[in-house]
Design a protein around this ligand. Structure first.
Ligand code: SF4
Length: 391
């Protein structure tokens, strides 16, 4: 083994950071890095599996673990015989933490779509979540730093930029004059003229500022795709999660943005089987998939995380949690199929990836003709769909 192996688990933040670590550690030899996740119990067990597999595949390599699990489960991971070292999550992009030269990670090589993490950490305290423990207080890159990074990615060939963060809509609150995310998006569109596709990753709907809303509703360079960190469809459960929105807020937001931009697609994170959830709460969770026309659903079976208030609430039996997650996935799949069907006959500009597929602005995945080059944007007239892919 020569070039370092960076194994990335979890969220888009981790994906973006793994790309930067890959570039920063390019000169290292016989190094395996597991960029871990601990957002659910399942994620933590996947982290352990990835560590054991990496050690089997690379018996002589130096194996280092970073990421949220390295914060939240430090002692247990550090005690694993497969692990040679841990790097704190907050230090993983600092060359000094790896004893490599340079004072900041170089820009990762060209990708068709590049994730730019403009914000990290979180100041909220949702009762089910361990992320603030793993990533610390919310902090933002400055506008100049973001423009630099976006500019570098575009110069390196990226055709689409995905703005990401742990709590993206809190970007700017720690900067002078507390600018809002809308101002950052406006600055990127004003300064990076060659950028034609800017996408937002998951946002907290209740914290979308007016400037961002206007850009989402009217600017063709902002992709018509809104992914909400919604978590549930029942007000009582949202209150017990300590979320900052209620069902009506999400319904109102989606109705308003769809009235202004009919082709916008809605995605959302939803948790199944949260403690104290009864049949009526579950029914409200199912119903919100149709009410908001959620066509990109991420369904998470609730799992108790150590040290969270929700872990001390009365838990539902695992089989009930799993059954409700299956219900939500089935409802979401039906909603998505109806949406894909509705796109037949449309002509969409698709950004080609390396695997023979690509993404349309509304985040529909499209199968592309043989020989389409990665990074090309081609017009595709939709003839049908199969296995979740437009053809
Ligand atoms: S907003 Fe809530 S769910 Fe999201 S990272 Fe912060 S505490 Fe976790």
């Amino acid at each position: 083994m020569n070039a370092p192996q960076i194994i990335s688990l979890g969220c888009r933040m981790n994906i973006a950071e793994s790309e930067e670590m890959r570039a920063m550690l390019a000169g290292e030899r016989d190094l395996v890095v597991v960029n871990s996740c601990a957002v659910t119990g399942e994620a933590l067990s996947q982290t352990r599996k990835a560590i054991r597999r990496a050690r089997r595949d690379h018996p002589a390599a130096r194996l280092v673990v970073t990421g949220c699990a390295a914060e939240i489960d430090r002692a247990a991971l550090g005690a694993m015989e497969e692990v040679d070292g841990l790097v704190a999550n907050a230090a993983k992009l600092d060359p000094r933490a790896w004893n490599v030269a340079g004072d900041a990670p170089p820009i990762a090589p060209a990708r068709t779509r590049a994730f730019v993490a403009v914000q990290n950490g979180c100041d909220h305290a949702c009762t089910f979540c361990v992320i603030p423990q793993g990533r610390g207080k919310s902090r933002s890159l400055t506008v100049a730093e973001v423009l630099q990074e976006v500019g570098n990615h575009c110069a390196a060939g990226a055709k689409e930029i995905v703005l990401t963060g742990v709590d993206l809509t809190s970007w700017g609150h720690d900067l002078a004059n507390s600018p809002r995310l809308g101002a950052l998006v406006q600055a990127i569109l004003d300064e990076i003229h060659q950028l034609t596709r800017l996408r937002l990753s998951s946002v907290d709907g209740i914290e979308i500022d007016e400037g961002l809303f206007e850009l989402l509703a009217h600017d063709a360079r902002v992709m018509p795709h809104l992914h909400l960190s919604l978590q549930h469809g029942a007000d009582m459960i949202l209150k017990r999660m300590k979320r900052r929105h209620l069902r009506a807020d999400a319904v109102g937001l989606v109705a308003r943005v769809k009235a202004l931009r009919a082709d916008i697609s809605i995605g959302a994170d939803l948790i199944a089987g949260f403690p104290t959830e009864d049949a009526a709460h579950h029914a409200a969770n199912l119903a919100i998939i149709d009410e908001l026309d959620i066509v990109h659903a991420h369904i998470f079976p609730y799992s108790p995380r150590p040290g969270t208030p929700a872990a001390r609430m009365p838990q539902l039996p695992r089989e009930v949690v799993k059954a409700r997650a299956a219900d939500l996935r089935a409802r979401a799949a039906a909603r998505r199929a109806a949406w894909l069907e509705s796109l037949v006959g449309e002509t969409l500009p698709v950004l080609a990836e390396r695997d023979g597929t690509g993404y349309a602005p509304n985040y529909a995945r499209v199968a592309l003709p043989e020989g389409t080059r990665a990074g090309e944007i081609i017009e595709v007239t939709v003839r049908g769909f199969r296995e979740g892919l437009l053809v």
